[in-house]
Design a binder for this molecule. Structure first.
Ligand SMILES: *Cc1c(COP(=O)(O)O)cnc(C)c1O
Length: 234
């Protein structure tokens, strides 16, 4: 018998189950809202994404177009045990990579400029997207100037996209330093009538939940440290 290419390590499955249960019970003490936990498996092999599914986590986050496409294609051929994956594209996206992501992504978190919205609308008509805000003020890190968000939301809608919410990545720093940016994002989502707020990662998830996250993207705190970073070709 050949080995299963997506066999999940039972020890890792157990760890992910325990860690996700702990996160969720902490969050239940912070809010009555439903918080969707996206397990970020970027830079890990498909066996780690399979372990997350085996642990019952259906929402998987990926940053790199090729990596998402490769894992999704593999899982289509060899469906791992557990729920059907719901893929979240959470990385910065070049327009010419949209076609790689389009067949697979359920939610696009990083729409941050009109030409990208247009290309997503062309390749994935009606897709569910977040408009990404730049909360860090660091050029090249992705996200639009918050002042431009209302126009970008309108642009994406006019292109036929379903804008479900706003997404943001806090600037480097302590969890407390993430709070003002998260608060601004939640306020803007309220003002724009957008129900979803994709904020918070391993280091600042609790602050994000306190401030109104509906989607939290957690990698290392669920699946452990990432292996050496891959070349940033997306
Ligand atoms: C990598 C990444 C995450 C997860 O980071 P962790 O610190 O490992 O939880 C979440 N969101 C985005 C946009 C990322 O790039």
């Amino acid at each position: 018998m050949t080995s299963d290419p997506v066999a999940a390590d039972p020890v890792l499955v157990e760890q992910i189950s325990g860690r996700s249960a702990a996160l969720r019970s902490r969050w239940r003490e912070l809010t009555d809202r439903d918080v969707r936990l996206v397990c970020v498996t970027k830079a890990h092999g498909p066996e780690v994404a399979a372990a997350a599914l085996a642990a019952g986590l259906a929402d998987l986050g990926e940053n790199y177009a090729q990596e998402l496409a490769a894992k999704a294609a593999l899982f289509a051929l060899h469906p791992p045990a557990g729920p059907v994956p719901r893929w979240h594209f959470i990385g910065q996206l070049q327009r010419n990579k949209v076609r790689l992501v389009a067949p697979h992504a359920d939610w696009w978190h990083t729409v941050d400029r009109p030409p990208l919205a247009d290309e997503v609308a062309r390749r994935a008509p009606g897709a569910s997207v977040f408009v990404q805000l730049d909360l860090a003020g660091i050029p090249g890190r992705g996200g639009c100037d918050p002042a431009e968000a209302p126009a970008l939301v309108a642009h994406a809608r006019a292109a036929g996209l379903d804008v479900v919410g706003l997404m943001g990545v806090a600037p480097p720093g302590t969890p407390e330093e993430a709070r003002p940016g998260f608060r601004l994002l939640v306020q803007m989502a309220d003002d724009l009538g957008l129900p979803e707020r994709s904020i918070g990662m391993s280091g600042d998830a609790d602050v994000a939940v306190e401030e109104g996250a509906t989607v939290v993207r957690v990698g290392s705190a669920l699946v452990g440290p990432r292996p050496a970073v891959r070349p940033r070709s997306q």
